[in-house]
Design a protein around this ligand. Structure first.
Ligand code: BJW
Length: 250
């Protein structure tokens, strides 16, 4: 078998996108059945949209928060979490960058990771900027924050036109610089800066591998492209482990 990660002493960075959570029942953004078929991005996922109609934006994110809380990690999330354990105990290193905001990688057990576009399960005060875990499915929204500045809350999400959270891009680039292998899975490769990371890794001579249901926009950059559903493929091609040890919780 031609494993993607062949030895446990390798240093690996994995980046995931919405396709990883598709088999958990979470809608992707683009393509057939994607969220952007029913919502206009500029009306729900930008700071301008929030300034214009915070109620509409919260309605969209509360629907998604509820969906994320009701879904479970799938074999792709568990395979990635198991890879981290395997590398950690084998002298290698692991870092996960996810564009996903559903919290499923954390629930599957991934630890050394960054949620580069934020999380549906956190909110932030627009006035005092406090960030906190928030699983409330509000009935009255936009929700107010109980702080002296009296701000309203917003989803702790990186919207179009916003920069990543301070330090995140630097941390991702540091991890990429020191890895040997960069694996990208379940992303269309159109949203920056995430979409630029494969080119960055390749320019530094790293091995770059992609697992996706269909060729992403930047497919030509990869040394190896594996086509298929992440939840079906990853448990069997990601790394050598005894069958069944990394395809479900525990
Ligand atoms: C399966 C599968 C299965 C299905 N198994 N696979 C440089 C050039 C051009 C533009 C820009 C640039 N730099 C910045 C920009 C602007 C903008 C941008 O990239 N625009 C492009 C669309 C052109 N970027 C930004 O604004 C970013 N900010 C930034 O760069 O700040 C500095 C700056 C600002 C302004 C100007 C210049 C610099 C912020 C981006 C924030 C993205 N936020 C979103 C929405 C918020 C989160 C939310 O509401 O949930 O994050 S957009 C949305 O797309 C979401 C995702 O994380 C992101 C990526 O989508 P993803 O994960 O790839 O999903 P899909 O649906 O596109 O693809 C799924 C894939 O899975 C498909 O290929 C399927 O085939 C596959 N699949 N099932 C395996 N079972």
């Amino acid at each position: 078998m031609d494993w993607i990660v062949d030895r446990p002493d390798r240093s690996v960075v994995v980046m995931t996108g919405a396709g990883i959570s598709a088999e958990s029942g979470i809608q992707t953004f683009r393509g057939a059945g994607g969220l952007w078929r029913n919502y206009r991005i500029e009306e729900v996922a930008s700071p301008v949209a929030f300034g214009r109609d915070p109620k509409l934006v919260w309605e969209f994110y509360l629907m998604r928060r509820k969906q994320a809380l009701s879904c479970e990690p799938n074999p792709a999330h568990f395979a990635i979490a198991a890879l981290e354990d395997w590398l950690e105990s084998g002298g290698g290193s692991f870092f996960l960058v996810t564009q996903n905001v559903d919290g499923l990688h954390l629930r599957a057990g991934s630890r050394n990771m960054v949620e580069m576009h934020g999380s549906l399960l956190f909110s932030r005060c627009t006035a005092c900027h406090q960030v906190f875990r928030d699983e409330t499915v509000y009935e009255d929204y936009p929700p107010h924050h109980d702080c002296p500045a009296g701000g309203i809350l917003r989803p702790h999400i990186v919207w179009f036109g916003e920069s990543l959270f301070p330090g995140d891009l630097e941390r991702i680039e540091t991890e990429l610089n020191r890895c040997e292998l960069f694996i990208v899975a379940g992303t269309s490769g159109v949203v920056y800066p995430a979409a630029g990371l494969a080119a960055h890794a390749r320019a530094m001579g790293k091995e770059v591998v992609c697992v996706n249901l269909e060729p992403p926009a930047n497919v030509d950059l990869f040394d190896r492209y594996v086509e298929g559903k992440a939840g079906e493929m990853l448990p069997h091609i990601l790394f050598p482990a005894e069958e069944g040890t990394h395809d479900s919780e525990g």
